[in-house]
Design a protein around this ligand. Structure first.
Ligand code: PMP
Length: 438
């Protein structure tokens, strides 16, 4: 057994630090579908880490590629210089994107991808002779990371409230699409709610299209509780944005790389946005990396509009870092070779059944799903929102299954290599725990 480390110095992200340190949950190893905790328990990973370890943990193919790369070239500057693996990784990413989306800007995280995409949108309109297009539109209950751009277009009130005086100006929000009275217990896409996209027309009427740069949404809102887009909703957003010359950004940090059984949610829904933000599954979480995939015409407008100078004053020391580029290339090869997305697709029917079998269990208000992601919404305890889900999460962990909770919603998004028995086990444990909590 590994000794518990000194817990006093690591200021943990998104964590109630005091509570955690009183009763730490520590993981020391992982392989395939399982974590090993420091007290030597096997924990079935029901959330692919944080929606990111799509091909399962500890994949040799990725590790080997990273080792070979770091032994050959540890770092090379990305400004006015290049190295082969970054170009190869970009080509590999482009092959997974919808037709026409083939220019790849590397970042280090989802948050950076979002801020990069917003900047690309503004730069595009400037290069295109429409500098007045600077307004950005997000959505209630959207999560786009923690950069100032991301929290401004995001729609999570605690995130926004804490920094309310410092958010980007000129941001509007579409209504979210989740309404229990209309779409509870939908399997796949809810039938009700496409009309909520029409609110975009009202925002455009208020401000005029000539002031609006971009709309950003997650095709499936993950972090605020797995909100599946109603049938026809994303199509409407695409139609309206196209009509008014507004760019549409899909934040596919969660949905990218197989969660719905396709390379992207764009492909799944048959809708091509203008920019796609990526991270998480991009490297199977083996190394921090993100990317923005851009429509070729956006790249061309920015590059050709610059009169030979630096066209986009933006980038990171580690954009296209050799280690992350090697991980990306190896990950995407692995996804193809091991037919990872095909397994997600094959498992999604049984996953849906197993999730919806919890209907009628204590505390359950709603169950929703698409591909290999599901949300189980619980009735909040009076006066203690989130407390019931937190207890369910803790009990599932004690019983060997790692899930996530957000507010009173339990999220399930396992590695895409999962099999039927493991799916059954996750929902059995969750069902038993629901019966054990008040
Ligand atoms: N966008 C979406 C849709 C996300 O789900 C996340 C992370 N959960 C982010 C952006 C932020 O990514 P990161 O934590 O890598 O900055």
């Amino acid at each position: 057994m590994r000794q518990t480390p000194d817990l006093s110095h690591f200021w943990m992200p998104f964590t109630a630090n005091k509570n955690f340190k009183a009763a730490p949950r520590l993981l020391k190893a992982a392989k395939g579908m399982y974590y090993t905790s420091t007290d030597d328990r096997q924990i079935l990973d029901g959330c692919a880490g944080l929606w990111c370890v799509n091909a399962g943990h500890g994949r040799e193919e990725i590790t080997q590629a990273m080792i070979e790369q770091i032994n050959m070239l540890d770092y090379a500057p990305g400004f006015q210089m290049g190295h082969p693996i970054a170009f190869e990784a970009a080509q590999a990413v482009a092959e997974f994107m919808p037709d026409g989306i083939n220019k790849i800007f590397f970042t280090n995280s989802g948050s950076e991808s979002v801020d990069t995409a917003l900047k690309i949108a503004l730069a595009y309109h400037r290069a295109n002779g429409e500098p007045t297009r600077s307004r950005l539109i997000g959505r209630e209950r959207g999560y786009h990371g923690v950069g100032f751009g991301g929290i401004s277009v995001g729609g999570i009130s605690p995130n926004r409230k804490t920094f309310s005086n410092s958010l980007l100006p000129q941001v509007d929000h579409l209504p979210h699409t989740h309404h229990l009275e209309h779409n509870a217990y939908s399997k796949g896409q809810p039938a009700w709610g496409a009309h909520l996209a029409d609110e975009l027309e009202n925002i455009i009427a208020l401000h005029d299209a000539s002031t609006i740069a971009a709309v950003i949404v997650e095709p499936i809102a993950g972090s605020t509780g797995v909100l599946i887009p109603p049938k026809g909703y994303l199509e409407r957003l695409r139609e309206i944005t196209r009509k008014h010359g507004i760019l549409l950004i899909f934040d596919e940090v969660i949905t990218g790389f197989g969660r719905l059984g396709t390379a992207t949610a764009s492909e799944y829904f048959g809708i091509t946005p203008d920019l796609i933000t990526l991270a998480k599954g991009l490297s199977n979480a083996a190394v921090p990396v993100g990317a923005v995939a851009a429509r070729e015409s956006i790249y061309n407008a920015i590059v050709n509009g610059s009169a030979g100078g630096i066209e986009l004053f933006h980038g990171y020391t580690y954009s296209g870092h050799p280690l992350s580029a090697a991980a990306v290339k190896a990950t995407l090869e692995l996804y193809k070779k091991a037919r990872i997305f095909e397994n997600a697709k094959a498992m999604s029917g049984m996953f849906e059944q197993a999730a919806h079998a919890l209907k009628g269990f204590p505390h359950v208000l709603d169950i929703r799903n698409l591909g290999l992601v599901a949300g189980v919404e619980l009735k909040p305890r009076t006066g203690a929102p989130g407390a019931r889900a937190a207890e369910v999460f803790q009990k599932c962990y004690e019983q060997g299954v790692l899930l996530r909770y957000t507010g009173d919603i339990i999220a399930i998004s396992p590695p895409l290599i999962i099999n039927e028995e493991q799916i059954g086990h996750i929902f059995n444990v969750l069902g038993n725990v629901l019966k054990q909590v008040d």
